[in-house]
Design a protein around this ligand. Structure first.
Ligand code: HEC
Ligand code: HEC
Ligand code: HEC
Ligand code: HEC
Ligand code: HEC
Ligand code: HEC
Ligand code: HEC
Ligand code: HEC
Length: 330
């Protein structure tokens, strides 16, 4: 709405002083986060222009009023946590691929939850909010900023080596099977189509589908998100997966990228000659997790070359050493 935007601009201009009127600076947005949803809705700014306030000393004002206050918590802009975060993160989008909020955990969950989670739940009025899983003080206090490398999403109780460990603070590890989306065929040999919905928004028709181009996913872009909810992202291979020290160099080179011409050509030639597939993201041409790993259970794929790697060592589509040679010359 035009009126909403005008009002938002007016407040922004007033707050930054009339001399720089009309310039929507990062400072202006950070100190008026309540205006951001309207500015986004009216396309005055795009999401990538919303400043990131996390892990920095000069953006406390995005969430607090009154600035630094002798280690006492400066008051929050709003005690409605989901709303506080929702100024910049659309809660419906968060729910779509991460986790629903505003739910009251059943007793069975309450019995399992560590004190730290219980206390955060109490501060949230007994329902799930962003702060139950995301531990904001980690990104508030410069003493803890070095944790950004090992726990970039500031998970409560983190860092976790497997993201499902975060889930088990509340969910029953005995339901582990339920969270293993690679388990796609029942003991009786029947296809468990429920499991397809972890990644696909429509169950692929195995008889007619010929490649990644013919299936759809429940994330619109950046297909690594299908995996990183459970497997925290580490740059690899060519380094250690878990990164013993958490130092950036420790995890190996970043392979989630659009391959340069030379590598792309080699990849295409090698794949054409082979008995397997190594699909890239259809939209961008980027390498992603399923380029190297087959997320399906053995037998789900009717096309033989798409079945290779299912349930094999680390679900790799080629041998641990052979796979490097698909893209790299020795
Ligand atoms: C993205 C929003 C956000 C930003 C940015 C932010 N905080 Fe916080 N901060 C919070 C929330 C939310 C809480 C309360 C968390 C809770 O109750 O679990 C909090 C808690 C705190 C606390 C209490 C810590 C504790 O252990 O109880 C202090 C102190 C604090 N913030 C200071 C700061 C300072 C200083 C900055 C800037 C360097 C800052 N915050 C930036 C959201 C933020
Ligand atoms: C002033 C706007 C703003 C507010 C308020 C805000 N965020 Fe963010 N947040 C961002 C931006 C921008 C990013 C970076 C997004 C990207 O790069 O895709 C981000 C990233 C994140 C990330 C990913 C870690 C990272 O650094 O990229 C998490 C987790 C997160 N926010 C949680 C929260 C929570 C929980 C709250 C509420 C306490 C909150 N945010 C409040 C703007 C905000
Ligand atoms: C039950 C736990 C839980 C709750 C509650 C939760 N999150 Fe998260 N959040 C996660 C997990 C797990 C991920 C990592 C998902 C991934 O990497 O794909 C995540 C990732 C994120 C990211 C980064 C997304 C990206 O693409 O990088 C943002 C931003 C975020 N959460 C914001 C929020 C906000 C805002 C809320 C409250 C409305 C919230 N979260 C509530 C568990 C939670
Ligand atoms: C802080 C507690 C908490 C954490 C941590 C948590 N969840 Fe949940 N989750 C809940 C609650 C509460 C519900 C609603 C359960 C109900 O009403 O029976 C729920 C529901 C779900 C559901 C809906 C299906 C169902 O009925 O079980 C899925 C799927 C789910 N969570 C997955 C995850 C995953 C994956 C993680 C880890 C990334 C995770 N959760 C972490 C509290 C949590
Ligand atoms: C953990 C995520 C995940 C789950 C769960 C999943 N898929 Fe997939 N699926 C993918 C990805 C990623 C691709 C693209 C890579 C590829 O082609 O193998 C894909 C591709 C496919 C293809 C095309 C294969 C080809 O290239 O010829 C078929 C068919 C398919 N899936 C069927 C299914 C069925 C049926 C289920 C449920 C039993 C399922 N998938 C469950 C992630 C998943
Ligand atoms: C809902 C959680 C979840 C999602 C989403 C998920 N996985 Fe998994 N994954 C698991 C669990 C649990 C295991 C361990 C059980 C097993 O090995 O079968 C596993 C195992 C694996 C392994 C083998 C690890 C080893 O040490 O042998 C690979 C590789 C893998 N997943 C890749 C992927 C890829 C690629 C995607 C995305 C297309 C994906 N996963 C999505 C939960 C998940
Ligand atoms: C270029 C190929 C390639 C890409 C892309 C890739 N991986 Fe891997 N991944 C590997 C190889 C090779 C290994 C085995 C390393 C070993 O055993 O030393 C591995 C190991 C793993 C493991 C097992 C970790 C363990 O404990 O050994 C998981 C889980 C995994 N990858 C998930 C992912 C996810 C999630 C993505 C996307 C974000 C991804 N991989 C992208 C090649 C790849
Ligand atoms: C699907 C193709 C593909 C596979 C498979 C692959 N890589 Fe890569 N690799 C790349 C691309 C693309 C780059 C980035 C090159 C660039 O940006 O110039 C890269 C970069 C690297 C680098 C950084 C140095 C350099 O050459 O730029 C190392 C080290 C590396 N890969 C090791 C490995 C190892 C070890 C394996 C097997 C476990 C492997 N790669 C498998 C595509 C691949």
């Amino acid at each position: 709405m035009v009126f909403r935007t005008l009002a938002a601009l007016l407040i922004l201009c007033l707050s930054i002083g009339s001399s720089v009127a009309l310039a929507i600076t990062d400072e202006a947005l950070l100190s008026n986060p309540e205006q951001i949803p309207a500015l986004l809705a009216d396309e005055v700014i795009a999401f990538k222009e919303v400043p990131n306030p996390h892990w920095r000393i000069d953006a406390c004002v995005a969430c607090h009023l009154g600035g630094e206050n002798n280690n006492k918590m400066p008051s929050l802009r709003s005690n409605d946590y989901n709303g506080l975060c929702g100024n910049c993160h659309d809660p419906s989008l968060v729910a779509e691929y991460i986790h629903a909020v505003d739910i009251e955990p059943p007793d069975e969950f309450l019995d399992r939850m560590p004190d730290e989670f219980m206390e955060a739940l109490e501060r949230s009025g007994g329902v799930l909010t962003c702060i139950v899983c995301h531990d904001l003080p980690l990104q508030c206090d410069k003493e803890s900023f070095q944790q950004a490398e090992i726990n970039p999403l500031f998970f409560r109780g983190g860092p976790y080596s497997a993201r499902t460990d975060l889930c088990f603070n509340c969910h029953d590890p005995e339901d582990y099977e339920r969270y293993n989306p690679h388990d796609q065929v029942s003991d009786e040999g029947e296809l468990d189509t429920e499991q397809c919905f972890f990644c696909h928004n429509v169950t692929p028709n195995r008889s007619s589908v010929r490649s990644i181009e013919d299936v759809t996913f429940n994330v619109a872009e950046d297909l690594k998100k299908l995996c990183t909810g459970c497997h925290p992202y580490r740059p690899h291979p060519g380094g250690s997966w878990f990164g013993a020290t958490g130092n950036k160099g420790d995890g190996g080179p970043n392979h989630i990228k659009i391959p340069p011409e030379k590598i792309r050509k080699r990849l295409e030639i090698m794949v054409a000659k082979s008995e397997t597939i190594m699909p890239r993201e259809p939209e961008t041409g980027s390498i992603f997790c399923a380029t190297c790993h087959n997320p399906h259970e053995r037998g789900v794929q009717f096309l033989r070359k798409a079945d290779i790697g299912a349930d094999g060592y680390k679900r790799l589509r080629r041998g641990k050493f052979e796979i490097c040679l698909v893209c790299h010359e020795m």
